[in-house]
Design a binder for this molecule. Sequence first.
Ligand SMILES: [Zn+2]
Length: 305
Amino acid sequence: MKFKKFLILFLLLFCQSKKNPTFKIFFIDVGHGDAILIKIPNNKKYFNILIDGGERRYSKNILIPFLENEKVDTFHYIFVTHNHSDHLGGILEVLDNFSVSNLITSQKEDTKRLYLEFLKKLHQLDLKPKKIKIGESILLGPKTKIKILNCYKEGDDENNSSLVLKLVYDTFHFLFTGDIEGKKRKESSNVCRYTEKFLCERFNKELKSKVLKVPHHGSETSLTDTFLKLVSPEIAIVTAGRRRFGKVILPDTTVILRLLKNNVKIFRTDKDDYFYKNAPGDDHILIEIKDNKFICQYYHSNLIF
Ligand SMILES: [Zn+2]
């Protein structure tokens, strides 16, 4: 009899945990580029959110199968941080394969082929990007919101026009920064200019976040001291490829050292090894929040490392 009671209790708890989806963020390995899937629990289902889609050449073999494997059919929101191909490229395939309720872009226009193709696709699908303003918040449930901290401002170049998004889930804060910059090459990290300066002045202490998606794949032109100090993250996610990007190696060593000096734990989609032999798509970084417990770890072919 005792065993029967125990069994019923166990089954109840098991069903309960099955029924209640957990908050998840996936940083998908798409080589050099960003592709971030956020799953926010909503009445035993999920609000699916995508920030960027990586390069187009990885969408068919990596991004789309990954999203299908995560049982995504509709995106509540898609954010395209800016128009560079390592962020916008894969979005075109996503629009072909999934339904999208809301689309938000940086609002900077472009004349390049990829952007024009993107506009054509939006026209075909009768999908209009939502107009947004800096400082605006999108509510996604009683304890979840996304605040827009940056979009295109007059005079911004492509990188600095990136959407910057602050996601608040319960007591956990996340900062997504696209490819914003804070200094010129070879300049000291004490300097703070461009969009990092704008964010520090406008949002100051509000930048503080547990998790920071490191701007611009860890380029030496980003993550200045002032910006890093205000965000003050515990965890930094670097989205970088395993190959040289032109003449530049990303992430830049000075950026990694700056994070380590500030005791920030680093997770990289290229997994700490510049010559790592696996192809993009073999792994991802997963953040999960379950019963107020925060977990961040590497996954490889659905197995924990
Ligand atoms: Zn980029």
